[in-house]
Design a protein around this ligand. Structure first.
Ligand code: CUK
Ligand code: CUA
Length: 639
């Protein structure tokens, strides 16, 4: 059987390569060999080896793909409404998108952080950032649902986020924009140096996953870009890339690129914890939303919090240090051993590698070149392990294979460069199509990378797919890194603009995967746990319909007594207890999208009955041969 498959596959691949050669208008040739095809081929009915959790960028969602196949399994709406499953439309999910500004149904999602235990993936949660209205979300990997969203006060553009410590003690979020703090916000923009500050929020994660801001570090007014936690010997430390140490507030493309070096900021968070315990934190006023999903009702609730604890490193001298890093550092990555910190100056022609041991030595000896806004700056040479020379142009992000090699994405020269961490020598380079941003090795940021593949997440697609008008898909590319040389083996399109992604062995997730919500565990206050429990109830001008759905009817299917101007709430309980039989619900003229109700769940669609007449409603998800029969009528009468 196997041999036949392989032969077949060899032939298919040859055919594919042939037609690719014939049809392709232009562009670099890539020989997709039979070998490559068999490496990414997952036979029908077979599972992928890895879940790939990919940011959707400006679509505000996360895409779940399989590796090595590149197949898309699911879109998880996080910061954006999603008509496909009613997220942000159902009454239960709306509070998840609440903020101190009200309902904000969009954000820009850049980075994924999968939870770890002792520095290795544990498959419990994925965290993601919302850049625009600063937020951090937690996704429960048992259900692949957004379980929690926490807004961040004193922050603007939550880019340097989320990054996690080795045991998921903290999820950490640094602000991109420095902003004026607390009560002092109505100030001239030109008073930047005096009034604008950066913050780094340390969000404590408890054993159930629940997040809350333990403290914020207030920093000089710079921009934070990315970060990584220390591991092993550097556990207890955090490293952030920061740019705009010119403290420009206008025309940053010129004014924020003046200096030869910006900084990596090293944070001793264990020390910060000590100060916190000693009562050194200051409570300041703030306003931010904390939204959580209740597991027994599948209903989100939103709470507005009004204060936050801050630590000031200008007073508490030994929490943060700056390390000079050439030319607008973007990525900041820590190798699996925890000893090497890699800064990627996106305008630099080299990659500096810092040594954690040397950083510690420099701090102990106070080997500083001076200070920046009151924070000590360690001498570059004192912190430096060495530089990778001529790696390519525009280094952005680095991942690791666990065999002593690093892989750095080069945005400008559009390639992945593999280099050796010990001797800093470039080993291999492969082109990417085109303009790579992040890259990801399964387990790449952990203590034990799984190696095997690196995925390039590219900003531009150009000629890689059939043209779809001016707007093209972004694209990912899979490279085999099991040998000395990297080999391109697959292109696959992505939804939205992928920034960071993390891949995790399927076996860490599937055993705990929830297949069905048990009807008897449904504690939704408006659930009808059987057809006999269905009813229509009036409360003032609200009409509550306790409805059930089961193949193949909705109960009740005729509703009268609604008056024009009423707010009608359809609380639909899916009575099915078979896996994978969702029902949907939509009513004519509703300003909301449909809702999707999984077996055992109750979801609510709110409908303003503002016209007199007869309004059909129906199930939107093809659920049986009699799906088209799953319908009803609502009558709205004049008041
Ligand atoms: S950023 Cu996208 S390429 Cu927002 Cu992580 Cu570097
Ligand atoms: Cu239920 Cu279609």
């Amino acid at each position: 059987m196997k041999t036949i498959n392989r032969v077949l596959f060899g032939m298919l691949a040859v055919a594919a390569a042939f037609s690719a050669q014939r049809c392709k208008p232009s562009g670099p040739e890539q020989a997709l060999t039979g070998d490559a095809a068999s490496k990414v081929y997952v036979a029908p009915g077979k599972y992928d080896e890895f879940y790939n959790v990919v940011s959707g960028g400006f679509n505000g969602q996360i895409g779940i793909y399989g590796l090595p196949s590149g197949r898309l399994f699911k879109i998880i709406p996080v910061f954006s409404t999603f008509p496909e499953n009613g997220y942000g439309y159902s009454e239960e999910s709306k509070p998840m998108l609440n903020t101190s500004h009200g309902f904000v149904p969009w954000d820009d999602l850049h980075h994924i952080a999968l939870s770890t235990t002792q520095g290795e993936h544990d498959g419990r949660w994925a965290f993601a950032n919302g850049n625009n209205t600063p937020r951090v979300a937690r996704i429960d990997l048992r259900t692949f649902k957004t379980a929690e969203i926490l807004e961040l006060p004193n922050s603007g553009g939550n880019h340097s986020s989320p990054f996690i410590t080795e045991n998921t003690e903290y999820v950490v979020a640094g602000t991109r924009f420095s902003v004026p703090m607390g009560d002092n916000t109505d100030v001239p923009i030109s008073s930047y140096k005096k009034n604008f500050r950066g913050t780094v929020s340390f969000i404590k994660v408890d054993t159930s996953g629940r997040m809350n801001i333990a403290f914020q570090l207030v920093t000089p007014g710079v921009n934070f870009d990315l970060a990584r936690a220390g591991k092993g010997p550097s556990h207890g430390w955090f490293f952030f890339s920061c740019y705009n140490t010119e403290q420009a507030y206008t025309l940053l493309e010129v004014n924020a690129s003046q200096k030869d070096k910006d900084f990596i900021m090293a944070v001793n968070w264990k020390k910060a914890e000590e100060y916190l315990k000693a009562g050194k934190g200051k409570t300041v006023k703030a306003e931010y939303a904390h939204n959580t999903l209740d597991e027994s009702t599948h209903t989100a609730t939103s709470e507005i919090l009004r204060e936050v604890l801050q630590l000031d490193p200008l007073e508490l001298k030994d929490i943060i240090y700056f390390i000079p890093c050439p030319k607008s550092p973007h990525g900041c990555d820590v190798d699996p051993t925890g000893e090497y910190i890699i800064g990627s100056g996106k305008l630099a022609a080299l990659i500096p590698v810092f040594s954690f041991a040397k950083v510690q030595e420099a701090i102990a000896k106070q080997d500083f070149e001076g200070d920046f806004a009151g924070i000590p700056v360690i001498k570059y040479e004192s912190a430096l392990y060495g530089e990778v020379q001529k790696p390519g142009l525009g280094p952005l992000h680095t991942e690791f294979d666990g065999k002593g090699n690093a892989y750095t994405s080069m945005f400008v020269s559009s390639e992945i460069v593999k280099w050796n961490i010990k001797d800093l020598a470039v080993i291999d380079r492969v082109p990417t199509y085109y303009s790579i941003g992040h890259l990801s090795v399964p387990g790449g940021p952990t203590r034990k990378p799984h190696g095997k593949y690196v995925v390039a997440y590219n900003k531009i697609t150009k000629d890689r797919y059939l043209p779809t008008g001016p707007e093209l898909t972004q694209s990912a590319q899979l490279y085999d890194i099991s040998g000395e040389k990297m080999k391109l083996i697959l292109d696959f399109p992505t939804t939205g603009e992928p920034h960071y992604a993390e891949a995790i062995p399927a076996g860490l997730i599937t055993p705990r995967s929830v297949k069905i919500f048990k009807l008897e565990e449904n504690k939704h206050p408006y659930a009808a746990l059987g057809e006999a429990k269905t009813k229509v109830e009036r409360k003032g001008n609200e009409v509550h319909v306790y409805m059930t759905a089961i193949r193949s009817h909705l109960t009740p299917d005729n509703i009268e007594g609604i008056k024009q101007g009423d707010d009608v709430y359809f609380h639909v309980t899916n009575l099915e207890q078979d896996w994978d039989v969702p029902h949907g619900f939509a009513v004519k003229g509703a300003l909301n999208a449909e809702i999707l109700i999984m077996p055992g769940e109750t979801q609510t669609l709110k409908w303003k009955a503002d016209k007199v007449g007869i309004f059909p409603y129906y199930c939107t998800d093809f659920c049986s041969a009699l799906h088209q029969e799953m319908q009803g009528y609502a009558r709205v009468s004049a008041p």
